[in-house]
Structure formats: C-alpha cells, structure tokens
Design a protein around this ligand. Sequence first.
Ligand code: GDP
Length: 450
Amino acid sequence: MATTLTDRLSHLVKTMRGQARITETNVQDMLREVRMALLEADVALPVVRDFIARVKEKALGQEVVGSLNPGQVLVSVVHKELAATMGEGISDINLAAQPPAIILMAGLQGAGKTTTTAKLAKHLIEKRKKKVLTVSADVYRPAAIEQLKTVTKQAGAEWFPSEPNQKPKDIALAALDWARRHYFDVLLVDTAGRLAIDEALMAEIRELHATLNPVETLFVVDAMQGQDAINTAKAFKEALPLTGIVLTKLDGDSRGGAALSVRQITGAPIKFAGVSEKIDGLEVFDAERHAGRVLGMGDIVALVEEVTKGVDMAAATKMAEKLKSGGGFDLNDFLSQISQMKKMGGLSSLMDKLPAQMAAKAGQGDMDKAEKDMRRMEGILSAMTAKERRQPALLLEGKSKASRKRRIAAGAGVQIQDVNRMLTQFEQMRDMMKKMQGGGLMKMMKKMGG
Ligand code: GDP
C-alpha cells in the first residue's frame, strides 16, 4: 500500500515540535503532502486544488492542543473535510413517487450498470420489501439484455423482455405500462453505455429521462477510473439531472479518490458502493469510512480482516506459540502489541469507526488519554536496552532496577512513576496473555469483528 498521509506528515512534524498553532508558514509543507496523498488516491487535480484551499482556510489558526502535533491536527481537519465533501450522513434510494418509482441507471459501458441494477433490485426487495421489475434499454448489445435477465433472476426480481430492434423509448414505455398494470413498486431501467462519451448516447438517455421522469437518476461510475472519472461525470451531469452516484469496484486496489471528484463535479450524493462482482456486493456508501480510505488510513473492516487473516495473524500465532512453549511475554512483545494498535490508526480513530453507541460508552476523553499513554509507553520502551526488553525481570526485581528505571525515565523524558506505571501495565497484559494462551490482540480483534 502507498504511503499514508500520516506517514507523510510525520517527518515534517519533527521540525515543528513545540509550535502551538497552524500558521501560514508551517501549513505550506503539510498541505503539499496532503496534495500528494490526494493525487496518489487519484483525486482529479482541479478538485484537489479546491479541496486544499478549503482545508487551508479551516486549518489556519487551529490550536494544537494537548499531546497532538500540528500534523495530527491537520490530518483531522483533512479527514473531516473529506467526509463532509463526500457526503453528509447516509442517503438511501428515494422511492417517494407514485408507484412504480422509476430508477434510471446511467454510465459508461463497463462501469457496472447492469450488475448494479440487479444488486439494487436485491437491496430494494430485501431491505425495503419492494416488488421490483427490471428492463434493459441497451439495444446495441444483445448480450446486455441477456445479462440483465440472468442477474435479475439471481436478485429475485422480475425482468421485462426487450429486443435489439426496438427503440429505447418504446422499451421503457412498454415496461412502465407493464409495471403499472402489475403493481410493481419499482422499475429499474438499465441503459446503453459507450466506451467513451458520445453525443448520440447522451441524446438518447436524455430522451429516456424526459419520457420516464424518474424519481432517481443514478450515475454509475467505476472507482478504478481515477482521474478520468471527472470528464465522464461532467458529461453526465450536463446531460441529466443526476440524483445519486453509485461508485463501483471499490473492492479493487484503488484508493477511491474518484468519489471525491465525482461528488464535487456532480453535486449528487454518493448513495452506494459496489464492493464485489457478486449480486450482494452493494453497500450503502459511508463517507466517513471512505475518507479514511482516501487518506490511506484504512478502515476498521479492512483492519479486522487484515489482523485476523493477514500478516498480523502470523505474528499473533507466533506469539501464542512462544507463550505456550513457555517463552514468556516480554517487553518486546508488549512494544509490538502497542505498535500494532498504533498501526490501526490509534485508539481514537479505531473508536471513530465503531458503532456510535459503543464509542459513546468508551468516551472520547478516555480515548484521548489512552492514546497519549500509548505514545508515552512507546517512548519509555524505546529508552530501554534490548536486554532489558528481553528480560523484564531486570526492571521488576533486579538489583539495579532503581538506577535502570532512572536512566530510562531520563532517556524518555518522563517521571519514574511513568516507568513504574508502564511496567504495571506490562505485567497486567502479561497475565492476560497467559490466561488467553497468547494471541491477545488477535482475539480482541476477532471479538470486535464478530
Ligand atoms: P455495464 O457495462 O455498465 O453494464 O457493466 P457490467 O455490469 O456489465 O459490469 C462490468 C464488469 O464489472 C463486470 O465484469 C462486472 O462483474 C464487474 N463489476 C461490476 N461492479 C463491480 C464491483 O463492484 N466490483 C467488482 N469487482 N466488479 C464489478
């Protein structure tokens, strides 16, 4: 994965230690890094420019409080602004129309329109208990009509037949008539896409729109399209009054910067995200979480997966084995547990991603403090010698423990009590690990994930 914004900013932060405010002079370098991070995430250049200007305005004069540094304050301003730009709250499909509510699907060929039509049908059937009819007005590719038929069946919806020799407008009207007479709640109209924008295509979809007067006109766009998304979005916005966006293929390795570009250009809310080729691979779009992805901060879901089956799983298994074979949990293990927590973006960002009621229970104040403690502990651990970390007994019961602790406290710039507190926490974690037979973090994450 590419460098995260937090990584990018951290080296700058060193030179700014002790600065209490974000100012015109110290913000420039940081904004350059933000700009790079957004470009890396494939946000279109003009969108990046606007965005940076807004962030700068919001960040200037922000006080840097507590244990935070200017870089962290800026990351939080950027994260908030990203989430606000990409959407406010969650917006589901609007069905407030005389039934059948008509939903028109627009977008380039290959964007995922047909797949999304079926996914949406399934969503509306299962989550909104609607009776759904689909129809394809793509008369250029006979295979497209067949494809819609297949996926509609998988979705458990009904499909209205159409033929390549019909006019799209006639197909739409026939389907609408059928839907009315058979009391469908929703009619989903899949349309033709081209590989690139062309005027004939736009004229056709404009005509379909005028004929059907849909309650939703959804622009389906491939998240992997990156920089190009901006031109496509512009063309569709000019042709149609878009009411929403579906961002597909977010399961790919794109950082999803297209979300920002498309949202900014069209002004329409991003309603759904496509996250797999399968019929159930549709999620209601969550701007907060997506902002984290654009910034390269990951998200809790990806994190839980990574920890439970990825690299960290290997580390956790190794630790479990070590503990079982009587190897003992030492301060190096403690340090690695702390860094794993930090890798997750710190406790408070972890909390941000948890359901609101859970986060409220934990309390933001507690989280800030826990995070500060975590950083302090890391400092103390790095001030120890390798031998001390391997043999905590030197600090817990060794003859020279007092002088060792004094040296460590001075090295880390903390009080002896802080060193003692950290050692107590270490002992508690060691006991907990013993009880759990190791793999503590792994188990914790599993609990959170399920
Ligand atoms: P259309 O030409 O716009 O109708 O696009 P299709 O629905 O035919 O989709 C084009 C390709 O993208 C197909 O191979 C789909 O399976 C795939 N696809 C669509 N949505 C997603 C998604 O969210 N994730 C992934 N991985 N593939 C998708």
